[in-house]
Design a binder for this molecule. Structure first.
Ligand code: ZN
Length: 246
């Protein structure tokens, strides 16, 4: 890590290829503006974009071994990600790789696997306003943000969001239609850290928004592997001279 954080942006990349309306918003794909932003930030060593139609779905051993933090955006092709690849990403998270799940990634196989719950929610696509409130202002993911920020036109996600209680909750969204949503949630899984961040939809230019990009960057830093070097598990000799029962 001393040389910086190696990021992989996993982007499903299907909407962009099928729909002109999506290409107009994201001509280089949904992952591109995120990658372009992260590349310019301090502490980022490399940013690689992986897509579903790449070799081994963009999840080769080499890519996984050389990723400190992965972001995940998927929607219409969740089922196409092979169970074997889900298992491999899951294993890397347990080993310490950070995972940032974006927007419709809430229903991806990897997120559902990590959460162990249904992960479903309410939704509505009429382009209404979203106001994201920071509810944990001292959290590293909130660093440098205003106390709230707004996205003028978004898809609504509403409670109840079927997730386990987050270890830390950083954002709550309010929508013009009246719903609220836990839109920035942190969990620990094994050695890895997982962050779910709600904004982002293929027909709205959400991933060009400065605050949204700033949150993703903060989350990448937060989710970077950290902590002790080695953990010993299994049957273990005592560290002290213990008087055992005769
Ligand atoms: Zn969406």
């Amino acid at each position: 890590m001393s040389n910086g954080i190696r990021v992989t942006i996993w982007n499903e990349g299907v909407h962009e290829k099928k729909h002109e309306t999506v290409r107009k918003v994201y001509p280089k794909g949904l992952g591109a503006p995120i990658a372009e932003y992260l590349q310019k930030q301090p502490g980022i060593a490399s940013v690689h974009i992986s897509e579903l139609d790449h070799e081994q779905q963009g999840l080769t051993d080499d890519i996984l071994a050389n990723t400190d933090v992965m972001t995940w955006w998927g929607h219409m092709a969740h089922d196409q990600v092979t169970d074997k690849n889900v298992e491999r990403v899951h294993q890397r998270v347990l080993e310490g790789m950070g995972l940032i799940v974006l927007h419709s990634g809430h229903y991806s196989k990897i997120f559902k696997r990590l959460m162990g719950t249904g992960c479903f929610l309410k939704w509505r696509e009429i382009g209404e306003k979203e106001r994201l409130w920071v509810v944990d202002p001292a959290h590293p993911i909130a660093e440098g943000l205003p106390e709230y920020f707004e996205l003028e036109h978004t898809e609504m996600y509403g409670e109840h969001f079927d997730i386990p209680q987050p270890d830390q909750l950083v954002f709550i969204s309010w929508f013009a239609g009246g719903e609220v949503f836990r839109s920035g949630c942190c969990w620990h899984r094994g050695q890895g850290k997982v962050f779910y961040f709600r904004p982002g939809h293929e027909t709205f230019p959400i991933y060009y928004n400065e605050n949204v990009l700033h949150v993703i960057y903060n989350a990448v830093k937060w989710a970077t592997p950290s902590g002790v070097k080695t953990i010993v598990r299994g049957n273990t000799k005592p560290l002290e001279d213990v008087k055992t029962q005769p």
